[in-house]
Design a protein around this ligand. Sequence first.
Ligand code: PAF
Length: 309
Amino acid sequence: MQWHILGAGAIGLLWAAKFQRTGFNTTLLLRNPAKLATYRGTFTIVESSIQESPTQKAQQSSQIAVPAQALDAPDCGLIHNLLITTKSYDSLSAFNSIRHRLADNARILLLHNGMGPQQAIAEQNPQLQVWAGSTTDGAYLNSAFELIRAGHGHTRIGRLNDPQDQSLSNQLISCEQALSHSPDIHATLWQKLAINCAINPLTAIYQCRNGELSSHAEYRAHMQIICHEVEQVASHLQTPLFDQPLIDQACLVAEQTANNYSSMYQDVIHQRRSEIETITGYLCQQAAKHKIPVPENQRLYEQIIRLQA
Ligand code: PAF
């Protein structure tokens, strides 16, 4: 199978490694000419390998050979399978920049936080097979082409414009066993959105690790208000979230990732644009559309926009 990957960040390179190891013919699409010029055709992945006893872990470093090309490289054939792993605020423009190279019935898989771009691409391109996913894989870049696989998570994917279709989920299990088909990808994306609304902006504002949100009474009380508003919107849209209240689920995720700094914390600290528009911003848009008051989420949204400016 042939795959093109747009977005050579941590998740993009992680999937490039999974595809390459499965024997898929994989190509990285690099938008930044300076980055493309420094790429030597391979990248490094550092991962933990379980030794004789499960408690004994060793770091293992491997070289992954995957070719890369510019978006407008001449004489490149049509793209049949495209994985987009850019930041959520970039994915629509990234998609539009490669649109002309897509085969008529190409498959697009979007793997990023937040909501909005996936739905826009699916609505505007009914002839394409548009898939979206949510992952708890942990990976980060040490440098442009050195990937650290921090944790093995689970990925759920589903087709936005035909939820019954399981074809891609069945195919991708060959390169990632911890992948399952989501028969309701809309609800799966909402679950991830709800957790991100609960955790990400607060960690950026309080400048804390995820775990402190559940262990610190004042932060937890704040998170409770956020969660209550998110639940009001999800319930109005008849989107099921979790079997337990969102605050309990958010505390569980915060505890499971207690030592991590959330992606939004890191973006704000490093003065990068964050994904607030497609996380809390998306929630606020949906709330406004249905006239549901979400004052605390609105306040957080404005606070993060000010912080990142
Ligand atoms: O965006 C993130 O950092 C993660 O999605 C989450 C769930 C907050 C855990 O760190």
